[in-house]
Design a protein around this ligand. Structure first.
Ligand SMILES: [Zn+2]
Length: 146
């Protein structure tokens, strides 16, 4: 693993895109993300691995974060730890070589490498965190309620 230091949640892949297909690069992530749309931001940290494919970059991440939730029993706000294990494919918004626009990708779940050749993990992290939030969050398993 190549240590590249703690990075923001936006990764510039302009150099990585020049590497051969199959190249991998590891990053450490440490940044705050506004996950719950309630104004509070959550610290997100962990590892991501980028893999260069023929026409995209696969991002695999193992990240940890804590979101503020309201306990379903006692209604107290507490910090709920979440583990995010994600894998997403990032397609270039433009063809990397020619600079032409690549064919339209209609599927809304797809993420893109933007025109500045930056991968922004924020939205993927937000989506994975939101589906990891428990339906009935409890501040502790033996919360006695109100
Ligand atoms: Zn509680």
């Amino acid at each position: 693993m190549v240590w590249v230091g703690w990075i923001m949640i936006q990764i510039n892949v302009s150099q990585f895109l020049k590497e051969p297909i199959g190249s991998e690069r590891d990053y450490q992530v440490s940044d705050s993300v506004n996950i719950m749309d309630n104004g509070s931001s959550s610290m997100v940290y962990g590892n991501v691995k980028l893999t260069r494919t023929n026409g995209s970059i696969i991002v695999r991440g193992k990240l940890n974060t804590t979101v503020e939730l309201v306990c379903a029993r006692c209604l107290d706000v507490f910090g709920c730890p979440l583990k995010l294990d994600f894998e997403e494919e990032y397609l270039p918004a433009r063809d990397i070589v020619s600079g032409d626009f690549s064919p339209a990708y209609d599927e809304p779940s797809l993420f893109t490498i933007d025109d500045n050749q930056v991968i922004d993990l924020t939205e993927a992290i937000r989506q994975y965190a939101l589906i990891s939030v428990p339906m009935k969050p409890l501040c502790s398993q033996d919360c006695s309620g109100l």
